[in-house]
Design a protein around this ligand. Structure first.
Ligand code: FES
Length: 177
């Protein structure tokens, strides 16, 4: 007599199979989640971290009273010069020459920005006074809060020449701060 073999699995084996299936499903879900996270973080544009005082963010230039009229102060990390005009107004002038982009120093003796590359010159307002550069130096937004001067280097403002409304004042133009 041939004994018929049962096709049913014993309950313990069946439980083990179900447990393993659950584990596989959980591992599959985790792997899918990780893949989705990797893809989205790869496609997401990265934001450059801007540290306080660095180019690209707001920079505290200092108290209004620390800048004398008719002077230029360099802010190398911010890549600009802060011009304090004769009437007390402030202008944050880019240090990049508008001819071909060389970095220009302020020459105190001549009271001019003179480009070392092709000798263009710019006055304290950033106006081009000697070619080959044909337009004024770019500027950054200046704002004054609680008698402190701030410069937002996040946005460069292009211009052809200086206009009075570009200067920022802590008090009425002409009065001493
Ligand atoms: S880059 Fe300044 S004059 Fe040419």
């Amino acid at each position: 007599m041939v004994k018929k073999q049962s096709t049913e699995h014993p309950p313990v084996q069946s439980e083990r199979r179900s447990f393993l299936n659950t584990i596989w499903m959980v591992l599959g879900a985790v792997a899918l989640g990780e893949a989705a996270w990797l893809i989205t973080s790869f496609l997401k544009p990265r934001k450059r971290k801007i540290h306080q005082g660095d180019f690209g963010g707001a920079i505290t230039a200092g108290p209004v009273s620390s800048f004398t009229n008719n002077t230029v102060t360099a802010f190398p990390r911010g890549r600009f010069y802060l011009s304090r005009l004769d009437d007390g107004g402030f202008l944050a002038v880019s240090r990049q020459c508008t001819h071909l982009g060389c970095t220009i120093p302020w020459e105190e003796k001549e009271k001019l920005f003179i480009c070392p590359c092709h000798a263009s010159a710019f006055d304290i307002f950033g106006n081009a006074v000697k070619s080959p550069a044909s337009r004024a130096l770019d500027i950054f937004k200046v704002y004054i809060e609680n008698q402190t001067v701030y410069v937002d280097t996040g946005q460069m403002i292009k211009r052809s020449e200086f206009r009075k409304e570009q200067a920022v004042y802590s008090t009425a133009p002409g009065s001493k701060a």
